[in-house]
Design a protein around this ligand. Sequence first.
Ligand SMILES: Cc1ncc(COP(=O)(O)O)c(C=O)c1O
Length: 334
Amino acid sequence: MIDPSRRVAQIPPYVPSFIGCAEFRQAVSDFYRRQYEVELDPDTEVIALIGSKEGIAHLLPAMIDPGDVVLVPDPCYPVYRMATTIAGGQTHDMPLTEENGFLPRFDEIPIETAERARLMFLNFPGNPTAATVEPEFFRSAVAFARKHRIPIAHDSAYNMVTFDGYKAPSILQADGAKEIAVEFGSLSKTYNMTGWRIGYAVGNKQMLKALSIVKNNTDTGQFTPIQKAAAFALNGDQRSIDEHNRVYRERMEVVLDGLASIGASAQPPRGSFFIWARVPTGYASAEFVTRVMEETGVILTPGSAFGPGGEGYVRISVSVPNGRLIEAMSRIKQ
Ligand SMILES: Cc1ncc(COP(=O)(O)O)c(C=O)c1O
């Protein structure tokens, strides 16, 4: 059993209301039973967050000391890297390559780095690569993490944004995951509640306790009516999720067709609302993005913004309406 925070023992237990209202935590626990057949104790294995980004960022001061090593996917959601740096930690990149389906290879992590690592970030469906995994991947991640006693933070912000019959697994479905892992979830993507700022962390009790101590002394939690609205969304009619996903899927077709016509190849994603495309031959990411912006007024995100491993790619988000995407793609084509 890991002890994720050496500081926990010295600090009195958290006050329950700071971990979120009971109704919201129960709704998250019920969602996990329905969606993943994972049982969570709403009092000790679920906490409310002011958006999952807040929890991810606060996990670093909760878990690491200055100089500690944190394993981050490369490319990745930039908060993993920045929050590690702000907490005084050092990141070790786990390259996500196209040849390996944009999954990290645990066998490539040097043994001495694995032994020093105090946290590992994973994120599926992934931002920016849109990579998805099967449960087997999480079993191998948990086995690796348990062997080297590395706590895992799995960011599943896009868990419900999936297409073509794909169902994203939870890391907590893997045997022994609760001993070593927490999972972050977000209402932002699933229910279009981005501006409401509501998410959750679930899983390992000690890691959640450490996180809640940082939160108690930093933000004191989310406004209760927002938590209750989020509980209502989680407990309510879920048909809107399929409807949103159908819209994202349609938008993706527009982008994929447009990309094919300019020689920038991309695979149709099974999850997230991103398309991760190779830039046309002869360009670096930033160079391509700058040229597109200057000549068409369309803004793409250079892959290199997500880490050195993103070089050679661009990320396109389908979070804007179809009309805008059609216009953007036709300008790029011209
Ligand atoms: C991978 C990933 N994780 C977490 C977040 C944060 O989501 P929120 O703080 O809105 O829950 C985002 C948002 O863009 C994201 O892309």
